[in-house]
Design a protein around this ligand. Structure first.
Ligand SMILES: Cc1cc2nc3c(=O)[nH]c(=O)nc-3n(C[C@H](O)[C@H](O)[C@H](O)COP(=O)(O)O)c2cc1C
Length: 666
């Protein structure tokens, strides 16, 4: 299986067992630059799962470049703890690498005791919201030297390779970019001058670590920032790296401040692999592709098609560290998916909190959340086959209980199928695919189209019931809620009814906005037609864009708060808002709908009452826990637990982690 993915590769003198690398990915498992058990357990698990390379990072090389939060290898004192980590990784059969990091202008001042960050030029950074000071020649030498010393310490600590970060908009990128580098000395201006900082740095690193030591660099194949390096310039930069003796180039895309999504579901699977291919064509050293390389099939194709020599699996391995092992052994269906929701990783880290994974309750909790075989197997009835019930059923089965699943609908999945309906959200269906595969593997009986009653429970006599009744749309007691124009957002997403030209969505939370996107996109030009018209240059690209973002309905969202999307995560909100804007969705904030009559929506704004006629009025006012069965079960006296939205409507992690943890407690 996957012969390309599982063939070894040589990087300098190092032989890596397969083409899979876990990339550097900030975890925030400590706030003092130091490793701890949470880190050890996490990386050990990734290594155990079968990746060829496990990259630890980002790891700072001095204080001003990373501050007191990310891991640091700025002093010799750090070596023993990294030594312990590299041994753990090697013992599991993986090659430990480290990514050395300096954020330059991206360093948040609060991370460096409110000192001023330094960068090639004093150009304000939208990311850190700070204006750095221009580095002196002495600063330049000091930082280059810190990278070289850091690399040597890394080698001493047992890392088998070092990767230098020259991507995402960090210090080296800032030197390379005409947008951030306004220097007039030998480090700014021409291409030759802008590449001087990194060339000297790589030379110094190489001198410290020796010729045989694997040295990698991570670069953006396109900065995706206007005025910066694009996919036209980056192959030239890659050639410079090759000339400097770099052994492998890891190609990602974009900076933190670029307007192109790099992590969410909007980025198609392998959507940035072409950037690696663009570089690979120009160099003779191995190249890695990155971002949204999700399944073994697409990963294999990246290598088989010659686009790249290795793949980075980041969040994918957080969602399932055993992805490589499962792929290799013909068990790809059993891989827990990364659905690129960004809620447990990117959103958390941007809020200064440790990374977890919505779909994998064990990620970041490897030391404590383990499934132990029960000494007291129970007969468990799981009622409701949404993701909460499915996770509970799977975990309980894996712990040795005898489990049966009951679902009143004709399929498993519950609300996740509704959540997967809006544009770019289809990746969520991977959860259903996964649970279906696991139900099959463990042969868990699933009874569909069955409405469980107390009589049935009495007959089945379970030892424990896990009630996962879910939620239903909340229809607020508003005047006109029964108007014929009114429909719930769930019905729209589930049944996809034909709607009219003017559609109102009441409620501007995540569900309201995604429903608005779902409606606005209907009738717009599909991707295949875009591709066709582009291929034959049938009409000008600007005209294609117009058709892409013009659907059949005009959508207006009403939100009573001052801002819409209050419950949408930081890392995806800008993407969703941008898409709504592209589709011409009007969002009326501070607008409280008071009544609906014959499609006429009356709403109160800070400037007074207004009204507008719509063909359809979609209610997205939240959801309400269903607690019918739990109340009945309570009276029957049979031990039970409730999980997921029937406890209280929440996000996906509430359902999946709740299901997992409830099953552990049986
Ligand atoms: C929470 C988080 C932190 C990250 N930190 C880093 C980092 O420090 N250095 C880096 O090169 N990339 C970082 N990345 C990017 C990942 O290495 C990877 O390129 C990205 O997640 C896309 O790959 P994936 O779709 O396989 O996750 C980070 C990504 C996430 C989600």
């Amino acid at each position: 299986m996957y012969n390309y993915l599982f063939s070894p590769i040589k990087i300098n003198k190092l032989e890596v067992k397969n083409r899979i690398a876990y990339p550097s990915l900030g975890l925030l498992y400590s706030y003092d630059t130091k490793l701890n058990d949470k880190y050890y357990n996490f990386y050990k698990e990734i290594a155990k799962g079968g990746a060829g390379i496990v990259t630890v990072g980002p790891v700072g090389i001095d204080f001003l470049g990373s501050g007191f939060v990310p891991l640091s290898i700025a002093s010799d004192e750090a070596i023993p703890s990294f030594q312990k980590l590299t041994k753990l990784i090697k013992d599991e059969g993986a090659s430990p690498w480290v990514q050395l990091f300096h954020a330059g202008a991206y360093t948040y001042p609060f991370l460096i005791n409110n000192e001023t960050p330094m960068a090639p030029s004093a150009v304000f950074s939208k990311y850190s919201k700070a204006t750095p000071r221009e580095m002196t020649i002495e600063d330049i030498k000091t930082v280059q030297n810190a990278f070289a010393e850091g690399a040597l310490r890394a080698k001493t600590a047992g890392f088998e390779g070092v990767e230098i970060i020259a991507s995402a908009g960090y210090l080296i990128t800032q030197f390379l970019s005409p947008l951030k580098n306004e220097r007039t000395d030998e480090y700014g201006g021409s291409f030759e001058n802008r590449t001087r900082f990194v060339r000297e740095l790589l030379g110094m690193v190489r001198e410290k670590v020796g010729d045989d030591y694997p040295l990698g660099i991570r670069m953006a194949g396109n900065d995706f920032v206007e005025g910066s390096n694009s996919d036209i310039e980056t192959p030239e930069i890659a050639k410079v790296y090759e000339k400097c003796g770099v052994d492998i180039i890891n190609v990602t895309g974009g900076w933190h401040e670029s307007k192109v999504p790099q992590l969410p579901m909007e980025l198609p699977r392998t959507g940035f692999a072409y950037l690696a291919g663009n570089i690979k064509k120009e160099v003779n050293i191995p190249v890695m592709a990155s971002n949204r390389i999700t399944t073994p099939d697409v990963a294999e194709a990246v290598i088989q098609d010659g686009v790249a020599d290795m793949v980075n699996l980041g969040r994918v391995l957080i969602a399932d560290p055993f992805w490589p092992e499962k792929a290799k052994n013909g068990r790809a269906e059993e891989i827990r998916p990364c659905v690129a929701c960004s809620q447990g990783c990117t959103d958390e880290i941007f809020n200064g909190r440790p990374v977890y994974c919505v779909g994998n309750p064990r990620a970041g909790f490897e030391g404590e959340r383990n499934i132990q075989m029960t000494g007291n197997p129970k007969k468990i009835m799981v009622v409701g086959a949404g993701i909460a019930g499915l996770e509970a059923a799977l975990t309980a089965t894996m712990a040795g209980h005898s489990v049966e699943i009951y679902e009143k609908k004709d399929d498993i999945g519950g609300q996740i199928k509704i959540a997967a309906a809006p544009p770019h959200k289809q990746e969520l269906l991977e959860f259903v695919r996964y649970y279906r595969a696991m139900i099959k593997k463990y042969d868990i009986p699933v009874y569909l189209n069955v409405e469980v009653t107390t009589e049935m429970i009495k007959e089945i006599k379970p030892d424990h019931i896990i009630v996962c009744e879910g939620a239903k749309p909340l229809m607020p007691p508003m005047e006109g809620i029964n108007d014929s124009s009114v429909i719930s957002s769930w019905d729209v997403l589930e049944k996809n009814p034909r709607l009219g030209k003017e559609v109102a969505v009441i409620g501007g939370g995540a569900v309201g906005l995604e429903t608005a996107f779902f409606i606005a996109e209907k009738g717009s030009m599909n991707p295949e037609t875009v591709h066709f018209l582009m291929t034959y240059e049938a009409i000008p690209p600007e005209r294609i864009r117009e058709h892409m973002f013009r659907g059949s309905s005009k959508v207006t969202v009403f939100e009573m708060m001052e801002k819409a999307g209050g419950d949408v995560g930081k890392s995806t909100k800008w993407v969703l808002m941008g898409n709504l804007d592209r589709f011409g969705v009007t969002i009326k904030t501070s607008s409280k709908v008071l009544s609906i009559k014959d499609g006429i929506v009356e709403y109160e704004t800070p400037d007074g009452m207004e009204s507008k006629k719509f063909d359809n009025v979609v209610m997205a006012a939240g959801s309400k826990a269903v607690q019918t069965l739990s109340k009945e079960v309570e009276e029957s006296g049979i031990p039970y637990s409730t999980v997921g939205d029937c406890q209280q409507p929440g996000k996906m992690n509430h359902a999946i982690h709740g299901g997992f943890l409830t099953a552990l407690e049986l």
